[in-house]
Design a protein around this ligand. Sequence first.
Ligand code: FAD
Length: 520
Amino acid sequence: MSFIISSLISILGRYLKPLIKIKSSSVIPNHWSTLSCSLRITTNLQFGSDAIKMASTDFGNIITSNIPSAVLFPSHIDDIINLITLSYTSTTPFPIAARGHGHSVRGQATARDGVVVDMKSLNNSSVGTTVSWSSSLGFYADVGGEQLWIDVLSATLEHGLAPVSWTDYLYLTVGGTLSNAGMSGQAFCYGPQISNVHELDVITGKGEFFTCSKHINSELFYAVLGGLGQFGIITRARIVLDKAPKRVKWVRMLYHDFSAFTRDQEHLISIIGVDYVEGHLLMNQSSANNWRSSFFSPNDVSNISSLLSQHKIIYCLEVVKYYDDLTVHTIDKELKELLQGLSFNSGFMFQKDVTLMDFLNRVRSGELKLQSQGLWDVPHPWLNLFVPKSEIFEFHEGVIVNMIHARNITRGPVLLYPTNRKGWDDRMSAVTPDEDIFYSIGLLLAGNNDNWKAMDDQNNDILEFCEKAGIRVKQYLPHYTTRREWINHFGEKWNTFQERKTLFDPKMILSPGQRIFQSV
Ligand code: FAD
């Protein structure tokens, strides 16, 4: 902490205006308090154990040692500009990490010995979600980087509009998902969330504020999208909107044959008319319903259990077709045509008819249930991978069958669905396999203090197996510990990634918890 204090002292001479406001309820270490009062600083920095504890961990509940010196609760984006400028102009710059909703799993939003910026505090001063229209862009929403996607959805639905690309879970911030990609079953059609942004406001690692887009400050725009928080803090995003469908036909089909399952998934993402395609696996230890959505009736669950007892793994294809008042009379016929010829196990097609909100927010009820059982804040050694289509069978045999199923230690949903690379712009920082179609795999593991390490060991075995077998996986929401791994991850994008870091965050202040430039 001493370097933060010395930075503060050295920089204050140049700051005539008040920097930040101190929360009176904070437990402030004496030296900070004295310093702050004597120098007449007003700050929103907190040092209390609750704030520090909150900012030291995340949804993963695995990394707990990245303890920051302070947490900034900004009431305006100027507070963030001042904080970053303070660090940047100091002789001993200190690390700073934006924390969206802290739903990373490996400490990516932490800043050991630095300052974590709690983005949610911007809520009152930010743009919130404002809907507009222009002849060049059509409908769009200006959204604060700290906004949760659930709030963006609620606000845009009031105008009969909605974003087109989603994540499965909506209690994530706009800045947090745009720093990764924002993936769900709509990505095959619209691209990930990062492909559906017109414009961003960003505070760089030099404390400079820029508006950027494909046309203005484009280098910063592409750097930040999928940039793992390395180049700047997103304070506003202009998001693509479309007319919101009223209702959703939500279908699940079960397969015992992996080859038929993937063939049908790939067929569905190749045709026009389908709005969402995903898939997940049911294995001996998993239940047909899980926290990601309670879909099946008790009667269905029992039929599925007996199917599962005959086959070691069952594959569940999930497909959605939107409809509204205009198509209400034709939707069933359209859906039937879209699904005809698919090779799911006879008698194992299930359907639901729900509102758009109920579909998009499908994970929330499972979350609340787990929270009430004390099972939400447990260790989550998640592994998310992108696997090229040409290697998915080898991955299935080596990883799904011979490791995950055979070892039977995996607890939690396993997602597996294809998507199109054409929806991703190569100028963005996000990384995908170099094939037109690749699979998104999510091992969404939940453990306890006794068993999460075994699951994590399995994750390492999976990565080692892929490397040895020459399966060219890319981690999504990546987590590495060595520079060699990061260079390998970014591949031919690494040089650009490094150059952009030098340009926008030369003192390597931002998002140190990603462990790309610091601590490697
Ligand atoms: P945080 O964890 O707070 O931050 C993530 C990173 O982004 C950090 O490096 C942080 O410093 C940086 N950051 C945060 N805010 C900003 C900002 N405003 N500007 C710049 N950098 C910033 N992902 C998907 O793609 N699809 C899914 O379906 C999906 N489902 C999920 C379900 C659950 C239950 C959970 C826990 C995660 C899921 N994720 C999914 C992963 C999620 O998108 C990422 O972990 C995302 O980073 C979480 O957002 P957050 O707001 O919590 O970010």
